[in-house]
Design a protein around this ligand. Structure first.
Ligand SMILES: CC(C)(COP(=O)(O)OP(=O)(O)OC[C@H]1O[C@@H](n2cnc3c(N)ncnc32)[C@H](O)[C@@H]1OP(=O)(O)O)[C@@H](O)C(=O)NCCC(=O)NCCS
Length: 165
């Protein structure tokens, strides 16, 4: 369809666009759970800025516009956590989400020495679960979000990254 979306590391200047994009993208999740207090909707701009400075944050860009984002963070136990994956509603279903996920995984391995990746999604978010399972994640448990939404926790070992990239 002639669109050229590029994936790159986010800079401080992207924080505001990421903040607005996630607010837009997670409306569908909020509606699915009837809960508008989910983390991505209540996160402050300052908190997004802090994540961009400290974590492995990637953006998808179409021209000057940020149309997708993902965050990755190393944790104590070596299972890096990946979160807040989002793609602008008008550009979903073209593989941008999967590309962002790969970019986060790759940098978590190369820059943070990740051995495993962990992510979570709401228990009723079927298309998210399909995307994660397709790229090798398996359910390892359940958790309750700070907002009370039941979540499914998925993981995959980092060594599968090399073969699925
Ligand atoms: C989850 C989300 C980031 C996925 O982004 P995306 O860019 O649409 O993801 P992809 O395009 O890689 O995959 C989505 C679907 O498009 C399909 N697809 C991917 N590339 C395609 C292509 N070139 N042509 C046709 N379909 C394609 C995939 O097979 C997948 O189909 P499925 O839903 O039936 O499994 C996006 O839907 C979103 O922002 N959702 C709201 C926020 C959210 O819930 N985030 C996840 C929190 S855990």
């Amino acid at each position: 369809m002639g669109m050229s979306v590029t994936i790159s590391a986010a800079t401080g200047q992207d924080a505001e666009q990421i903040f607005r994009l996630q607010y837009l993208c997670f409306q569908s999740e909020a509606a699915l759970y009837g809960n508008y207090r989910i983390d991505p909707l209540v996160q402050t701009l300052d908190s997004v800025r802090e994540e961009v400075a400290a974590d492995c944050v990637f953006v998808a860009r179409l021209g000057q516009e940020v149309v997708g984002s993902v965050r990755g963070r190393a944790t104590e136990d070596g299972a890096a956590s990946i979160g807040k994956l989002c793609v602008h509603p008008r550009l979903q279903g073209h593989g941008i989400g999967a590309r962002l996920l790969r970019a986060a995984e790759s940098s978590l391995v190369e820059e943070r020495g990740a051995k495993r990746f962990r992510l979570h999604t709401g228990h009723r978010s079927e298309s998210n679960l399909r995307l994660y399972r397709r790229v090798g994640y398996e359910t390892v448990g359940t958790a309750e979000g700070t907002d009370g939404v039941p979540m499914i926790v998925l993981e995959k070992p980092a060594e599968t990254y090399a073969t699925t990239a």
